[in-house]
Design a protein around this ligand. Structure first.
Ligand SMILES: [Zn+2]
Ligand SMILES: [Zn+2]
Length: 141
């Protein structure tokens, strides 16, 4: 419907941290970098870009903990259950990257690309046909 914005809502595993943003979200990225693998305990992390002004934490903000990498990338997670909620990147002050798997609202967005494919684990093959960038596709490889 023209003029209406879909609201997306998400939460952490324990449910104490809740967030929402007005859609539509930007692209989805599957990041295979070492930091994402470590923090998620998974082969890669999937996130969607959201304009910072459209995103808000609506419950449990005080529970959020922050890990800041040397690169300046800040990952925020629930201090109670450990769910990763968002990531921000120094070079993109107007964006937040929302961890797509924490969404409670069904997200139909199609993934854009795999990034940091150079750091991919050997036991997972990328077979979805999406572009694979060796580093971060938003900048020069
Ligand atoms: Zn939690
Ligand atoms: Zn990453």
């Amino acid at each position: 419907m023209p003029g209406s914005e879909e609201i997306f809502e998400g939460s952490c595993l324990c449910g104490r941290v809740r967030y929402r943003f007005a859609g539509p979200p930007g692209g989805m990225w599957h990041c295979h970098c070492t930091d994402c693998r470590k923090t998620h305990g998974a082969a890669f992390a999937s996130s969607v870009q959201v304009d910072r002004g459209r995103f808000s934490v609506v419950a449990g903000e005080g529970l959020l903990r922050t890990h800041e990498a040397e690169s300046g990338t800040r990952r925020r997670f629930c201090g109670t259950c450990g769910s990763k909620i968002i990531c921000t990147i120094t070079s993109e002050p107007d964006s937040v990257y929302v961890m797509a798997a924490t969404l409670d609202t069904r997200l139909e967005a199609t993934a854009v690309a795999h990034i940091f494919a150079r750091s991919k684990v050997p036991w997972y093959d990328i077979r979805d046909g999406l572009p694979q960038h060796q580093t971060y596709s938003g900048h020069e490889d």
